[in-house]
Design a protein around this ligand. Structure first.
Ligand code: CP
Ligand code: NVA
Length: 302
């Protein structure tokens, strides 16, 4: 059966751990002679902007000897209403995997249902699972196994937050979330995460003695019309030095980027000593190479 990666729960805990470990191994090895994707093609569909996701998938395919196609709605027949199911049927007869960034998890599920090849979620309205693999790799690399530790999510209960919720249960850490009323994460995902995830009343409650503090933009792609309302709603939710000071002294700071200094994070935090955001961004490359390897050829046993 074709495996897809539309949300973190598409992997078992053992598989997710193996992929994250493999990502670190690939990063250390940097073996230019290892080209398992020679002759293989990844189709990448973007209906939204991207720097990291596009470049990491494209560079990752090239490093492994393969090729990536950058497709947009404007330049394909998707923009002229060709059904997603027909697009899946055609792309999957020509390409070896499909990555999609759009604003509809349901459409991604439909794409996968009609695809003969693995479909990877490069961000949807609901999830950002590739980001989560990179973030987990980063946490392991900086502080060891996250199991038993505490992460604090400050801000919007958005797509990235949803992937953190799924990661908490999968990797055995506690996630405390502080989000303003009206911007809470999915109740279904919270229920599925059980005791791994706690909603708390304030950013200070979330970060108290936390091992990791993470946030994201207050206005995600497609929500630009709500910017002013969101700026007001998220007042008091900036990750600044005072807030970081309530976490453990060795706490690390993460942000999937792009960041807005002076809004969700103070410049002194994201550009400060506790920030690991550039390693986190680099890991998009290695985590996705490990994911593609798992989906297309299988992770080597050693
Ligand atoms: N973090 C992330 O997905 O970045 P891009 O939007 O640049 O791909
Ligand atoms: N939550 C953000 C993440 C960007 C990588 C968005 O959806 O725009």
């Amino acid at each position: 059966m074709t495996r897809h990666f539309l949300e973190l729960t598409d992997l078992s805990a053992a598989e997710a751990r193996r992929i994250v470990a493999r990502a670190s191994a690939l990063k250390q090895l940097r073996d230019p002679g290892y080209r398992p994707f020679t002759g293989r093609t990844l189709a990448m569909i973007f209906t939204k902007s991207s720097t990291r996701t596009r470049v990491s998938f494209e560079a990752g395919m090239a490093r492994f000897g393969g090729h990536a196609l950058f497709l947009t709605t404007a330049t394909t027949q998707l923009g002229r209403d060709e059904p997603i199911a027909d697009t899946a049927r055609v792309l999957s007869r020509m390409c070896d995997a499909i990555m999609i960034r759009n604003d509809s998890q349901a459409q991604q599920v439909e794409l996968a249902a009609h695809s003969r090849v693995p479909v990877i979620n490069g961000l949807s309205d609901m999830h950002h699972p590739c980001q989560m693999l990179a973030d987990l790799q980063c946490w392991f690399e900086h502080r060891g196994d996250p199991a038993g530790k505490v992460a604090a999510w400050i801000g919007d209960g958005n797509n990235v937050c949803h992937s953190w919720i799924q990661a908490a249960k999968k990797f055995g850490f506690t996630l405390r979330i502080a989000a303003p009323p009206g911007y809470l994460p999915s109740a279904d995902l919270l229920k599925a995460a059980g005791l791994s995830v706690q909603m708390v009343a304030s950013p200070a409650d979330a970060v108290r003695d936390a091992d990791l503090v993470v946030t994201d933009t207050w206005t995600s792609m497609g929500q630009e019309a709500e910017t002013q309302r969101r700026l007001a709603a998220f007042a008091g939710y900036q990750v600044d030095d005072a807030l970081m000071g309530k976490a453990r002294p060795d706490a690390i700071f993460m942000h999937c980027l792009p960041a807005h200094r002076g809004e969700e994070v103070a410049a002194s935090v994201i550009d400060g000593a506790q920030s690991v955001v550039w390693d986190e961004a680099e890991n998009r490359l290695w985590a996705q190479m490990a994911l593609l390897e798992f989906l297309l050829v299988g992770t080597p046993s050693s």
